[in-house]
Every structure is written in C-alpha cells, then in structure tokens.
Ligand binder design. Structure first.
Ligand SMILES: [Zn+2]
Length: 330
C-alpha cells in the first residue's frame, strides 16, 4: 500500500546557539532534511533521516545571518556521517590503517574509501604522550636513499613517541630541549644525532643501541677471522686426495678446494669466474649480462670484474658484508 513517507524526526529543542557569536536563537528561518550515514546494523548500511532547522541570528554584530542547528553527539556541520560512525571508522583505521580498514568497514556495511579512513584518523586529537625517561633515536625513510626523518621511541614502553620530518641535529635538539626529563638517549653512530642529543639534552647519557653493539661485535669478529685465514688453512690442508663424498655439493660445483659451507659465496665466486671468462673471450658488458640470465649481475658488478685482474673470493660472508669488505684472497 502506498502512502506518504513518514515525517522525518527533528530535534525537539526550542532553539540553538549561533556558532558564530554564541547567541541563542529560536527564530526559525527554514528547514530541510539531512541524510547522515550512521553505524551499520546487521551488516546493512543505516542512513538517518533528520529534519534540521535553520535559525536566524538576531545579533546585529554577528557576521552570520542564519545558521543550521547541529544535534550534539550526532551531527556536525557539512558532515555526511554521524559522530558515532566517524569515531567507529577512526578506531578501525587506528587498528588496521587505510586499505585494510576500508575492507573491514565495507564488510560491516559502512562502505568507505581508504583515504577517508586515513582522514578520520588524521582528524583525531593528538594524544598526550608523557616525556620518556629513556629515548631511542633512529632514522626512517619515506623514500630510501633520498628522504629521511627521525623516529623517537620510548625505550621503556617500546612505543613510538614522535616523528620528526628530517634528521637534522637542530630538529632533534629543539625537540629534546622541550623535554628536560630525558635521562638516557639511545642512538646509532650518526653524527647529527650525537650533536642534536648533546645540544638538546646535555644532562642525558648517550648510549649505543643494542643492534649497533651487536653489529660492531660482528664486524670485529669478521675482521679478526679474516686476519687469521692462514691459520684455517693450516688446520684444513689443501690435499688433492680429499674424499669427494665428504664435501658439500656447493663446493663440488665450484671446484673450490677451500672448505666453505656458504653457498651464496660459492655462487658469487662462480659468477665472477664466468664473467672473467666471458671478458677474456671479448664479450661486451651487455652481452655478459644477457648470457648470465637468471644469475644476471648488475652493470657495476660486470664493470668491476672486467677491471679486476682475477676472480673475487669472499673470505667471510656475513649478512652486512658490504662491497668495501670484499677482498681478494692472495
Ligand atoms: Zn551569530
């Protein structure tokens, strides 16, 4: 049966305060119907149908002639969603961030874009974070190799405290100067962090972070082992009659007489020998890259090998072995 749609519910208050001057007004100028989206129910979207009134501001000194009433806790000016839906979506965004948050909200019946989820999170008021006693300082990259910022972490609670848009010592010093309660600054070996901590928090003790200590230790161990390579050769003599059955398959493939269980180092050595053979045969850099297929070395590797006199060997392969630490075995 068809009939007239039910009348939209409206606020029962007699008037509303002007958002411009705060003056109370009950003089109705007009009204219209709003449709703010509300928290979904049973997996289905819910849209409210509200009649809101436009009042006339009677204050002659106020810049507003008219204003629309807002229902506290439910609507806001120009808002397409109710306050409770906004806070629900912001909570989802805090837990899951934009893309995953939008997917979950869609499942619950509140279709929303990931940008909106992030915007609602961004609109939340900044939480009050107490100044940490032990502060961890490190860098982060928004684009690796080009744009870096500084992340500040409360080491005791293991929670991030703040992000600085750059990694300048002056920015860190200014941040630290506003928080005199910091007793320990835990940082890496970057000189700008050392300077910033010394200027901004002269009272604080500066310590190296745990990763840096382990890294230094592993570097020292690598250097020490590399210096004593000759001792290893004495312990494992290079006898031609070594039984093949006891050797590692990776060693067999490379034909290396040295005892190494590191397949990556072996593969690198094999690739360098191949590059050398191809260079000797007169192949160009591009041709060598093409021929090596899946084990394709980059242009710098091919160029370096072409310029080197003989194949490279890695004495000790570690996770952080940089190009400067690669050495020739005499
Ligand atoms: Zn006013």
């Amino acid at each position: 049966m068809c009939g007239a749609p039910p009348r939209a519910p409206r606020c029962t208050a007699a008037g509303a305060p002007c958002p411009g001057c705060g003056a109370w007004s009950a003089r109705v100028h007009g009204s219209y119907v709003r449709f703010p989206a509300d928290v979904p129910s049973g997996g289905r979207s819910v849209v409210l149908r509200l009649r809101v009134r436009r009042f006339t501001c009677r204050n002659a000194e106020c810049g507003r002639r008219t204003f629309v009433e807002q229902i506290p806790g439910l609507t806001r000016r120009h808002g397409q969603r109710t306050e409770r839906l906004c806070s629900t979506l912001a909570a989802i965004g805090l837990a899951l961030a934009g893309r995953a948050g939008a997917r979950l909200a869609n499942i619950f019946g509140a279709p929303v874009s990931r940008s909106t989820v992030l915007r609602l999170v961004d609109a939340l008021p900044e939480p009050e974070v107490p100044a940490p006693r032990v502060l961890g300082v490190d860098e982060y990259a928004t684009r690796k190799g080009r744009y870096y910022g500084t992340v500040l972490v409360d080491v005791e609670t293991r929670r991030p405290v703040d992000l600085l848009p750059d990694r300048e010592s002056s920015s860190l010093a200014a941040w630290l100067a506003q928080r005199p309660g910091i007793e320990v600054v835990c940082r890496d070996r970057a000189p700008f962090f050392a300077e910033g901590a010394a200027v901004g928090a002269p009272q604080a003790v500066q310590v190296a972070d745990r990763w840096r200590l382990w890294h230094n230790l592993s570097e020292a161990a690598e250097r020490s082992i590399a210096q004593h390579r000759q001792c290893l050769r004495v312990l494992v003599p290079e006898t031609p009659g070594t039984p093949e059955t006891e050797s590692d398959p990776a060693e067999e493939s490379s034909g290396s007489p040295r005892p190494t269980s590191h397949r990556f180092a072996d593969r690198t050595r094999t690739m360098h020998v191949t590059i050398h053979d191809l260079v000797k045969a007169g192949h160009s850099r591009r041709a060598i890259q093409r021929q090596l297929g899946n084990d394709k070395p980059n242009r710098q590797t091919v160029r370096g090998r072409r310029q080197a006199g003989r194949p490279l060997h890695r004495p000790v392969a570690g996770p952080d072995l940089g190009p400067r630490q690669v050495q020739d075995i005499p």
